[in-house]
Design a protein around this ligand. Structure first.
Ligand code: PDD
Length: 284
């Protein structure tokens, strides 16, 4: 039985109930965040909370998420996740409960705050070494995917299309540019340079994306943030997706074309080794 957090209380999951008038339910009027923990230690939680703060400000929801850092820790402890190699803590904040009307409520409403934590099943290295595949899908999202809103239907549809095509990931493409995945960021290695779309309004700026850029620089692999044309991928040496739940996932085929020699490449391996080292650093 898991313990979740709802509006100031830690309660059993089955007792966590939200009103049908919640604007998150009616309008997807809210933001969410997913933060990783390695051996019970939150990884870069301040950055996740800062992204929440920014998203809430963009949606004009009056809530300071700083107080949630301790709640994240409490959820890990309450669910016996401190001895697990990897876990995630999910939080979402919606504008709150009000009679259905598009306009913001005119009387003060309390945001609805919900959080849960669970173990993250990691991919065994032997499976990882075989590589994963991606299907390109047209990006049909709104103009602000840089805000981590709970309105994820285009992302779900894109991933479902990719899964039904037999792939692991959806590569979202807009105007010929490979932007990101349905729930992860996209990187290609071109002429030895680790390349990814710049953190504009067209992608969600992943915390893992930033970490992988930092790791690359530390490992003296050249990096570049620029739009990647889909047609450039035909000559990419490597490709991979990154994210809190994805970690670093190497792509060996995009649609019908192998990436590079069709095998997991040295840059993905180097980065994954460094990522694993960070995970192991937290081992008790
Ligand atoms: N998704 N791009 C999109 C569209 C995402 O939804 C996510 C995260 C990322 C990667 O961000 P980060 O590295 O901070 O996890 C990129 C979360 C994990 C989800 O929807 O479950």
């Amino acid at each position: 039985m898991s313990t979740v957090y709802l509006n100031g209380e830690f309660i059993p999951h089955e007792r966590a109930l939200v009103s049908v008038d919640d604007r998150g339910f009616l309008f997807a009027d809210g933001i969410y965040e997913v933060t990783p923990a390695f051996w019970g230690t939150l990884f870069r939680v301040e950055r996740h909370v800062e992204r929440m703060r920014r998203g809430l400000a963009e949606l004009r929801i009056d809530f300071d998420p700083k107080s949630l850092i301790d709640v994240h820790r409490h959820l890990l402890a309450a669910n016996d996740l401190e001895n697990k190699e990897a876990a995630i803590v999910y939080f979402q904040v919606t504008r709150g409960v009000a009679p259905r009307a598009h306009a913001f409520p005119t009387t003060a409403v309390c945001p609805t705050v919900y959080g849960f934590a669970k173990e993250l099943e990691r991919v065994p290295r032997a499976v990882w070494e075989k590589g994963f595949t991606a299907t390109t899908v047209r990006d049909r999202r709104w103009e602000r995917p840089d805000i981590k809103t709970i309105g994820l239907l285009p992302n779900c549809l894109a991933l479902q299309t990719a899964l039904e095509a037999g792939s692991t990931d959806a590569l979202l493409v807009k105007d010929g540019v490979a932007l990101e995945g349905s729930h992860n960021n996209f990187f290609a290695v071109l002429d030895g340079t680790v390349s990814t779309h710049p953190a504009t309004n067209h992608i969600l700026n992943g915390i893992t994306r930033e970490y992988v850029l930092e790791l690359s620089r530390e490992l003296e692999v050249p990096v570049e943030e620029r739009p990647i044309q889909l047609e450039e991928l035909a000559r990419a040496e490597e490709a991979f997706f990154t994210g809190t739940t994805t970690e670093i996932r190497p792509t060996v085929r995009i649609d019908d074309c192998p990436v590079g020699d069709g095998r997991v490449g040295p840059v993905a391996k180097l980065l994954m080794d460094a990522y694993q080292e960070e995970v192991d650093r937290h081992r008790p």
